[in-house]
Ligand binder design. Sequence first.
Ligand code: ARG
Length: 639
Amino acid sequence: MDELAATLKSVGISDVPQFPNAHPNINPIDIYRAHLTEILAPISGVDAKIIYPALQWTQTLDKGDLILPVPALRVKGKKPNELAAELGDKFPESPLVEKPLVNGTFLQFFFKPASLTKIVLPSILKNQESYGLNPFNGLRDAADASKGRKKIVVEFSSPNIAKPFHAGHLRSTIIGGFLSNLYQGAGWDVVRMNYLGDWGKQYGVLAVGYERFGDEQKLLQNPIGHLFDVYVKINDVSRAEKEKTDPLKKEIEDGKAKGEDVSQKEKELERLLDESIDEQARKYFKRMEGGDKDALAVWQKFRDLSIDRYKKTYSRLNIHYDVYSGESQIKEESMNKAAKLLEERGVSKVSDGAVIVDLTPHSKKLGKALVRKKDGTSLYLTRDIGAAVERHETYNFDKMIYVVASQQDLHLAQLFKIEELMGNKHISDKCQHINFGMVLGMSTRKGTVKFLDDILRDVGEKMHEVMKTNETKYQQVENPEATADILAISSVMVQDMSAKRINNYEFSLERMTSFEGDTGPYLQYAHARLCSITRKADVPREALATADFSLLKESHAIDLIRSLAQWPDVFQNTLKTLEPVTVLTYLFKMTHMLSSSYDVLKVVGSEPEVKVARMALYETARQVLNNGMRLLGLDPVER
Ligand code: ARG
């Protein structure tokens, strides 16, 4: 007999009936769903297959542990509230659940504490870091693991080389990292992809700028910062040039209108334009597009050095990519193929030398999209069209997510529609844009923000100051700098994930670094406190599994266990919402329960048996908190 069967026998259940998507070994609540279904099917006459999925988890425990909206049973000829009352009446005595509360058309089920404790705590102790995860979600065939797992491409962060890493990239990084973890935990095969902005005329501008302002030493030291400086400088020069040529153009026009001889001025303008940064950049980029080795070598160096640096920063956020792709990587051939399809299907048309796709017949909002410039060069959108086809060929994904700011809603909507129109509905149907709002007021102490490293450094300094305000606790931290750094990262991430993605939020150093309120440092503190309890109690791990769970009687203990039991369902729900806040809300609720438990459920100083049982409770709480934090991409600290 396996462990679960033994546990169930000890609480008076002989076996758990099988249901699709029921995994009693990893989700204790599934035991309750199956049990309730088994009871409700005969007394309602409704098929078990309908009852099982209708049993829902609750957001607040005072509503019960599971809830059944009776209308979901789709029983004809009976009023739902009458049926609810009838089912409530007929519900027999059970070892697992109390008689349901009838609340209008809802049945509310409360788990019996004694059996709950015995079922939930061992499950967490056994599953450990995988408690809550559900690898069955990603199976191609739920009944047959040998058919393999589904594949998802998560494209996120995607900054532009030589340009600021702005708040939009930060949010994309945080949310995309989280979504990758989520799908991985759900058993999908995840490809983490960074799609760099690394192509276009601006890289011609950068190369020309580097010839003039570049410094090899600085480039090697700080490639991202240096390339940005070069880019700013060369753009200043270019702007100054335009300040000369623009008036000259106007003079020529005016002169022509008056019938004056402007040939001298025209020659001058031509000379200026010919020598301009703009023209040099255009030529340079043309060389790049033409595959010129020297031109490409310079660009490649910029790209490689930037990626090296990005990697360091991402690893501070616990993020590692499988692929550094980018706009530069999209083959001309893929784009041409796409263009041909669009033309053949009469989707695109030539307008004024350029190629456009008029999407207004499909939706006014989608407007007209430019897919080829007059000079034949590709655009951001063109490259995205090619990229989608290439990725589908390479990965044969089941799903692809683009984590991009809502400022690009139109761009992605156009992309998906165009894919559909060119005959690739099978691809666009698998694509999803995960969008998000803006960060307001993000600036460093020294001015406006440029790079992720600057933000993290700033928050780290602030965090260090906050930590120093509590001298005694500060003394206990072994490596304050490193801890401040981790806490700073948690601060930024939790602040970002504290509301629905689509909301804008105000970047507030003060609020995010506080240990009070629902912040990253608060979660870290809660985790460190649990670790400290473990250290002080010094109960061997083996003893926890055989603890006498019946000693956990206090309502604080029971409510905490009920909350811990919900974690696998929270995970499942997060797969539906794809919102990090779903996880955070749960973690804050759970940690609030924890902090109100410490005074009631003391470990040190309790009777030995009670001590072990409570330690098992705190250890499982620590495990759930740890699992939740890691899912979000946080690095839980122990002190
Ligand atoms: N590099 C782009 C930017 O910074 C974001 C790329 C988004 N992804 C995409 N496939 N278009 O705006």
